[in-house]
Structure formats: structure tokens, C-alpha cells
Design a protein around this ligand. Structure first.
Ligand code: ZN
Ligand code: ZN
Length: 372
């Protein structure tokens, strides 16, 4: 494995908006031939392996991973319940990193030392979604760490187009941009405005993203979960009302909160049978329902309500570059208790134990980050 050429370290510009430098001087740390990576070997089995250092081509960027988040899809893969993932696989698509080196043909908007995240999706350019410009829903999408090898490793090389500058956001916090973008995208799908009452079912990472963006757009937000701590956070970041669906009567509360109209928009961010049924039953007449939760089984729904209420039902998948930009802008310009979304940050060697804790208490975890 040859030495990878690095470009000179980008000079900090004088103006105050210049991206801060997060280290990663162009030293040849990657003279090393192998690097650490986390691998899901078999259901319930995860280990640290050594893999060859990737080589950075002309159109590519070498990033040094700072923090990589575990997504719900990684948990499913670990449990052996993700049909899209073939084991063994290196997981990881929620990325906070620092640029270590850039190839010769990479535009100078990307410089060594920048805090960045990654757009982990691919688009084939040929399917109906791609033809319609909705590349986030590409029929042949291969998300890093799901349908193809991910980046839960010390370094990674990616096409420069997939690298997204995180501006002032630290590499640790940058690992939360992608999952928040998914929630942001859902709110955009329903074209939420200030006159909407938006009910978000599920206050995990994705639901939190939806609550934030619906609040940013001036909507009145009702957050629903079964965990009071998550609901407290939801209130702190913008939900006007919160509802514990285990201890409160959802229908009665919603009627009271909405003056009997029901919510204009319901975002389903859980993916279970009762929450999908709740979404369809509780949404107001002529309302919109956005489906992000990935239900593993078929759900029986009262389709007459689709007709009677003249509902708009939207699927929402992944996120578009504009959604990433919106999250980055939000995190750069608003005080937000982002550390509360990080349940724990562990070494690669402790990743398996952290996964076990998550599997045992799925409702208690926002994000587990692996720190390199
Ligand atoms: Zn994810
Ligand atoms: Zn496509």
C-alpha cells in the first residue's frame, strides 16, 4: 500500500464564518497499512477487525472518522433481522469526521481539517425516483453499512460529492446530522406550515428531527411517546404538547389540544401496528399522514378513513441534500441540547456490549456513538 498524497493544509480564511480547523494536519498517518473497523460478523456477534487502509483517488476524499452512530437499521442487522444486509458487514452511515486528505480533482470547498458528515446513499440515475429528481428514494439505493460496506472504521475514502461540510458543528455532533435529516425530510414531505397542528408519534432520533423542523416552520407540535424522558426533551426542543400513549388517553387529549379537529399532520416515526393505526384514526379530516417508521409486518388499516377523511398519505425515505443543509444550518444557528441525543459514546472494542444494552432497552436510547 503506497503513501497517499495529501494536499497542503487549507489556510484559515480571515472572515469569521470560515470553517474551523478540526486538526488532521496533512501528516502521513495513513502510511499505516491497516486500520481498525467494527464488523457485524453474524447475528449477535460484533468484533473489531483490521482491514487495509483505503486509497484516496483523484476524485475522492480521505476522512478520519471521529464518531459513527448506530442506527436502528444497524441494530436490526446485529439481531439478524435486516433482510437488506448480508453478513458479515461493516456497519456505519451516521458520520462525524475530519478531512484528512483530498484528491487532486476535488474542488477547494473541501479542505483538510474540515468537520464533515457524509451523504450515505447512492442513486442509480435510471429509476423512476431518480428520473423525478427524488434521489433519496432511489429504487436501487445502497446505504453505507446496509446494502454495502459502511464506514465504522478509523478512515474511509468516499467520492467528494458525498462529503458534506458541517461548518462549526464538531465532528462528534456531526454524526447526528444524517438521522435528524430523515426527520426534517418527513416534515418537508407534508409541506408543513405555521397553521398546522403536527402530531409526531415516536420521539427517537428521527422523531426529534421532525419535531424540530415542524417547530421551525411555526407549526404547533404534539409529541407522542411511551417514555417520559423523551417527552420532556421533546417539550424542550419545541413541542407545545406531549402525550404519553401508555398512561394517557390519546384520543381525548388530541381532541382537547386541537379543539376537536384532530391534527392536520401526523408523522409516524415508530413503525409498529398500533402507531400506524393511531396515525390513520387520529389524523383530522383532510389531513396528511407521513410514514417514516419501517413496519416489519403488515398492518391492517381502516381504509374507509382514507376516503372519508380524504387523506394524503406520504411515504418518507432517507433525506435529500437540502434536508442535510437545513439540519446543518439549524445546528449552526440555534442553541440546541444536542448532547442529550447522545446516550453514550464508546470505543470500537465496546461496541458489541453497547449494542446489547440497546437491544435490551430499545426505548431508552437516542444514539450510541462509536468513537475512533
Ligand atoms: Zn440510519
Ligand atoms: Zn435510482
Amino acid at each position: 500500500m503506497g503513501i497517499i498524497q495529501t494536499t497542503p493544509t487549507g489556510e484559515m480564511r480571515d472572515n469569521k464564518t470560515a470553517a474551523p480547523h478540526f486538526g488532521g494536519e496533512a501528516v502521513l498517518v495513513h502510511e499505516q497499512e491497516t486500520m481498525k473497523a467494527v464488523q457485524i460478523t453474524a447475528p449477535g456477534q460484533m468484533q473489531v477487525i483490521r482491514v487495509p487502509m483505503p486509497h484516496c483517488g483523484d476524485d475522492e476524499v480521505l476522512i478520519r472518522l471521529s464518531h459513527v452512530g448506530f442506527c436502528g437499521s444497524d441494530l436490526n442487522t446485529y439481531r439478524g433481522g435486516n433482510p437488506m444486509a448480508k453478513l458479515p458487514v461493516i456497519p456505519g452511515h451516521e458520520v462525524g469526521a475530519v478531512i484528512q486528505a483530498v484528491g487532486n480533482k476535488v474542488p477547494d470547498v473541501l479542505t483538510v481539517g474540515m468537520s464533515v458528515t457524509v451523504n450515505p446513499y447512492t442513486a442509480c440515475g435510471r429509476c423512476a425516483s431518480c428520473r423525478n429528481g427524488r434521489v433519496n428514494a432511489c429504487e436501487h439505493n445502497e446505504t453505507l453499512g446496509v446494502q454495502r460496506s459502511g464506514v465504522m472504521s478509523e478512515f474511509a475514502v468516499l467520492p467528494w460529492q458525498k462529503i458534506i461540510p458541517a461548518e462549526q458543528i464538531t465532528p462528534k455532533h456531526a454524526a447526528l446530522i444524517e438521522p435528524m435529516s430523515v426527520g426534517f425530510h418527513a416534515v418537508n414531505r407534508a409541506k408543513v406550515t405555521d397553521i398546522d397542528v403536527v402530531m409526531v408519534i415516536g420521539c427517537g432520533m428521527i422523531g426529534i428531527g421532525a419535531i424540530v423542523r415542524a417547530s421551525l416552520r411555526g407549526a404547533t407540535v404534539i409529541a407522542v411517546d411511551v417514555d417520559d424522558e423523551k417527552l420532556a426533551l421533546a417539550r424542550q426542543i419545541g413541542a407545545r404538547y406531549t402525550l404519553n400513549s401508555q398512561t394517557q388517553d390519546v384520543h381525548e387529549c388530541l381532541q382537547a389540544f386541537t379543539g376537536g379537529f384532530g391534527p392536520d399532520v401526523v408523522v409516524e416515526a415508530v413503525g409498529s401496528i398500533p402507531t400506524y393505526q393511531m396515525a390513520i384514526e387520529e389524523v383530522g379530516f383532510t389531513g396528511r399522514v407521513v410514514c417514516i417508521g419501517y413496519a416489519k409486518s403488515e398492518v391492517s388499516l381502516s381504509t374507509k378513513l382514507f376516503v372519508q377523511k380524504e387523506l394524503n398519505i406520504y411515504g418518507s425515505r432517507n433525506a435529500l441534500p437540502a434536508d442535510f443543509r437545513a439540519v446543518i444550518r439549524f445546528l449552526n444557528t440555534h442553541a440546541f441540547p444536542i448532547d442529550r441525543l447522545i446516550t453514550e459514546s464508546v470505543a470500537p472494542e465496546q461496541a458489541a456490549e453497547a449494542m446489547e444494552r440497546w437491544a435490551a432497552h430499545p426505548g431508552k436510547v437516542f444514539r450510541i456513538l462509536v468513537q475512533f
